[in-house]
Design a protein around this ligand. Structure first.
Ligand SMILES: NC(=O)c1ccc[n+]([C@@H]2O[C@H](COP(=O)([O-])OP(=O)(O)OC[C@H]3O[C@@H](n4cnc5c(N)ncnc54)[C@H](OP(=O)(O)O)[C@@H]3O)[C@@H](O)[C@H]2O)c1
Length: 304
C-alpha cells in the first residue's frame, strides 16, 4: 500500500517508516526538514500547521493510508508549556489539515496517535476505551491537553475516512523521556521525583517498538474506532517508580506527604502518581491481532 507517515522523524514515526517498508509498503515520509528524514520511498516536506503546505505534500504522495504521529512532546524537557501548547495545535489544526489533505488526495484510511492516560479518574483502577476523558480536569493546562485529544479523536471519527485512533500508553525505550538519558530518568537519578504517600496512581506503559508494531497492524487492518495500545501490566506508582529507580541505579524515591505533592511535583505529575487510571488493551488485541512483545514494563523500563 502507499502509506504516508506524518511525524516521520519522531520516536515512533522514524522506526515506523522502516517497519512499514519491511512489510512491503511504499512509504512517504512527511517531515519539516528533509535533511533529517528517515530512508523512505519518498520524502515530502511540510509544516503540519501550514494548511497549503500539507495539502500539497500529501497530494504529491497520493497515499492510500495516512498515519499521524505528530506531537511536540520532545520539547517537554526544555519548555513544557510550549510542548503542550504546540502539541494541542498539532492535535487540532494539524489533524484537521491532515484529514482535509488525505481526503483530497483520495486516501481511504487514517491512523492517528493519541494517549491512553487522558481518562477522568473515576471507576475501577484500569479503564476501557469507553471511560470519559478528563476534559474538565481542575488543572487548566491538562484540561486543554485533554480537550485537544478529544478534538483529534472527534476529527478522525468524523473524517469520512476509515479512521483509527491509537491511544498509546506512556512510552518508554530509546528516545523517550524514560530512556536512561531522558528527562524523567535524569529527574529520578537526581532524586527529584519523590513518591507521594500511597502512590496509588496507575500507569499503563508501552515500549516504543510495540507502539510501532501496533501502528503497522492498524495500517493493515480495516478496523475503525479508538484503541488503547498499552502493555499488559498497568501498575501503581508505588510499584513502578521504586523499580525504575533501582534499575537506573538511582536512590530510592523518598516519600512525600500527599498534601505537599501538588506544590512540589505540579498538578499533572501528582495526578499521575496518585489518582490516574490504567488503560486495558483487550480491544486492541482483538481488533488488530496485535499484542505487546514487551508485556510488562518490569523487564525493560530504565534498561535502555
Ligand atoms: N504517548 C506518550 O507516552 C507520551 C507522553 C508524554 C511524553 N511523551 C514523549 O514524547 C515523545 C513521544 O514520541 P512521539 O513520536 O510522539 O513524538 P516525537 O518523537 O517528538 O515526534 C513527533 C514528530 O512530530 C513532528 N512534528 C512536530 N511538530 C511538527 C510540525 N509543526 N510539522 C510537522 N511535523 C512536526 C516532529 O518533527 P521534527 O523532527 O521536525 O520536530 C516528529 O517527527 C517521547 O519523547 C516521549 O517520551 C510521550
Amino acid at each position: 500500500m502507499r502509506v504516508l507517515v506524518a511525524g516521520a522523524t519522531g520516536v515512533v514515526g522514524h522506526p515506523l517508516v522502516g517497519a512499514l517498508r519491511a512489510r512491503g509498503h511504499e512509504v512517504s515520509a512527511l517531515v519539516r526538514d528533509a535533511s533529517r528524514a528517515p530512508e523512505a520511498d519518498r520524502v515530502v516536506v511540510a509544516d503540519a500547521l501550514d494548511r497549503e503546505a500539507v495539502l500539497s505534500a500529501v497530494s504529491a504522495a497520493r497515499p492510500e493510508v495516512v498515519v499521524h504521529q505528530l506531537t511536540a512532546l520532545r520539547l517537554l524537557r526544555d519548555d513544557p508549556p510550549e510542548a503542550f501548547a504546540q502539541t494541542a495545535r498539532l492535535r487540532t489544526e494539524g489533524t484537521a489539515h491532515l484529514v482535509e489533505a488525505a481526503r483530497a488526495a483520495g486516501a481511504r484510511r487514517l491512523v492517528a496517535q493519541s494517549i491512553a492516560f487522558a481518562a477522568a479518574p473515576q471507576g475501577p483502577p484500569v479503564l476501557d476505551e469507553d471511560a470519559p476523558l478528563y476534559v474538565d480536569a481542575p488543572d487548566p493546562g491538562w484540561a486543554a491537553t485533554v480537550r485537544a485529544v478529544a478534538e483529534l479523536e472527534r476529527l478522525v471519527a468524523g473524517s469520512g475516512l476509515a479512521g483509527m485512533v491509537l491511544r498509546y500508553g506512556t512510552l518508554y525505550g530509546p528516545g523517550t523521556g524514560y530512556a536512561r538519558d531522558g528527562g524523567t530518568a535524569l529527574r529520578v537519578l537526581a532524586g527529584k521525583l519523590p513518591l507521594p504517600e500511597g502512590g496509588a496512581g496507575i500507569t499503563s506503559f508501552l515500549q516504543v517498538d510495540d507502539a510501532v508494531q501496533a501502528a503497522v497492524a492498524a495500517v493493515e487492518s480495516e478496523a475503525t474506532g479508538c484503541l488503547h495500545v498499552t502493555d499488559d501490566d498497568p501498575a501503581p506508582a508505588a510499584q513502578w517508580l521504586p523499580h525504575y529507580a533501582r534499575t537506573l541505579g538511582a536512590p530510592p524515591p523518598r516519600t512525600l506527604p500527599a498534601a505537599l505533592a501538588p506544590r512540589l511535583l505540579g498538578w499533572f505529575m501528582t495526578h499521575q502518581l496518585t489518582t490516574a487510571r490504567g488503560a486495558a488493551n483487550d480491544r486492541a488485541r482483538t481488533a488488530l491481532g496485535w499484542k505487546p512483545a514487551h508485556p510488562s514494563w518490569r523487564d525493560g523500563l530504565g534498561r535502555e
